[in-house]
Design a protein around this ligand. Structure first.
Ligand SMILES: NC(=O)c1ccc[n+]([C@@H]2O[C@H](COP(=O)([O-])OP(=O)(O)OC[C@H]3O[C@@H](n4cnc5c(N)ncnc54)[C@H](OP(=O)(O)O)[C@@H]3O)[C@@H](O)[C@H]2O)c1
Length: 333
């Protein structure tokens, strides 16, 4: 039986969920891919643990200080890196170092954080091509909502005409609470924070940056664009006023924060903005924490996917879907 060694960099809510799901799915990997999957290293920002014969769940609370960084991870000789660290699209750190080092060494990478992919994604793809490593990014492109896989698998061969998505759960929850629950922006935000939906510092979500990051990765990785954040116009929902909400209600339309990719005459553009929809339109029915994507194609018509969970287990599961695609490519299954 073939052996595949996995390392995880970034061991917060998502990294822990990845480890736990990976360990519980080992029997499945044996049965479906004839592969003995071993978790050989995990680390957070300052500490980690490694065992070339394979870590068990009970080992994951005993970290050694200083066992962190790309050299530590690569010293465990993984075949696959799952990267689940924090995301900073202005510097790419800390993911860029882990992902770049792994790809250069021919280690496949399943990336969950968006920062490095936004900051230097196309060069990372080039580094993967050079070494023959596979780079997968479902976790960074709305995770449980199928997005990049629509381009890579389901709609392969089509010409893409237009893409739009409600890609951020927090802003969709806030707009729904303001339109349907009559809450003001800061009341809706406080409720979202109390329910663990919005982060303590919500600017990345409410100012549209999270949507912009996902959109940029989708355009570059899914559609072959070469966009940087400077190419995107980005609007958030932080300035939506009570008067604006009243106007939308009176007009009978429903606002959504939408990321949009337009493809025309060989050029690709992307923007994040608040768009309104008639109640009969499918995006109007995407409420609360749900997300959605609509892809218009030349030959398979319009495809819409809606729904998805947003918590760490769902994100981890999306990353492990990527991992299974790698197993299946490597095993020819
Ligand atoms: N939460 C979700 O459901 C969700 C959904 C989609 C995408 N994501 C993305 O997934 C990633 C992880 O999210 P999370 O909720 O798990 O975040 P988190 O709980 O804040 O965990 C982040 C982890 O990264 C570690 N880290 C920080 N700097 C590091 C470094 N230099 N080297 C190695 N590890 C480092 C932290 O280590 P310490 O513990 O030592 O500080 C921590 O373990 C983020 O990029 C997020 O945007 C999350």
């Amino acid at each position: 039986m073939r052996q595949v060694k996995v390392a995880i960099a970034g061991f917060g809510g998502v990294g822990r969920a990845v480890a736990s799901l990976l360990l519980t799915r080992r029997e499945r990997y044996r049965a479906v891919y004839n592969t003995d999957v071993r978790l050989v290293a995990v680390c957070g920002s300052r500490a980690g643990t490694a065992d070339p014969s394979g870590l068990e769940q009970t080992d994951l609370s005993q970290f050694t200080d200083g066992h962190s960084g790309s050299a530590f991870i690569l010293s465990a000789k993984p075949d696959v890196l799952i990267e689940a660290g924090p995301s900073n699209f202005r510097t790419g750190a800390p993911g860029l170092d882990y992902i770049g080092a792994a790809l250069d060494a021919g280690v496949h990478a399943v990336v969950i954080s968006k920062g490095a992919l936004v900051f230097d994604g196309n060069r990372l793809r080039e580094r993967a091509r050079k070494s023959g490593a596979i780079l997968k990014v479902s976790g960074a492109t709305a995770a449980a909502l199928p997005t990049i896989d629509l381009f890579d698998y389901n709609l392969k061969g089509c010409r893409f005409l237009h893409v739009e998505g409600i890609l951020n759960a927090t802003t969709n929850y806030l707009l729904t609470a303001m339109m349907e629950g009559g809450l003001r922006f800061f009341e809706a935000l406080r409720r979202a924070q109390e329910e663990g939906i919005a982060e303590t510092d919500p600017r990345n979500d409410v100012e549209g940056w999270d949507t912009a990051c996902k959109l940029l990765i989708l355009a570059n990785f899914g559609l072959g664009a070469d966009l940087t954040m400077d190419d995107l116009s980005v609007e958030g929902i932080q300035n939506v006023s009570d008067a604006q909400i009243r106007q939308w209600r009176e007009a009978g339309v429903i606002p959504k924060l939408v990321g949009e990719i337009t493809l025309s005459a060989g050029s690709i553009g992307a923007a994040v903005r608040v768009k309104t929809f008639a109640p009969s339109e499918v995006f109007a029915q995407v409420r609360g924490k749900d997300k959605a994507i609509r892809v218009a194609t030349d030959s398979m018509g319009d495809i819409v996917a809606i729904g998805c969970a947003s918590e760490p287990k769902a994100t981890a599961s999306a990353a492990l879907k990527d991992f299974e695609h790698i197993l299946s490519i490597a095993s020819g299954n």
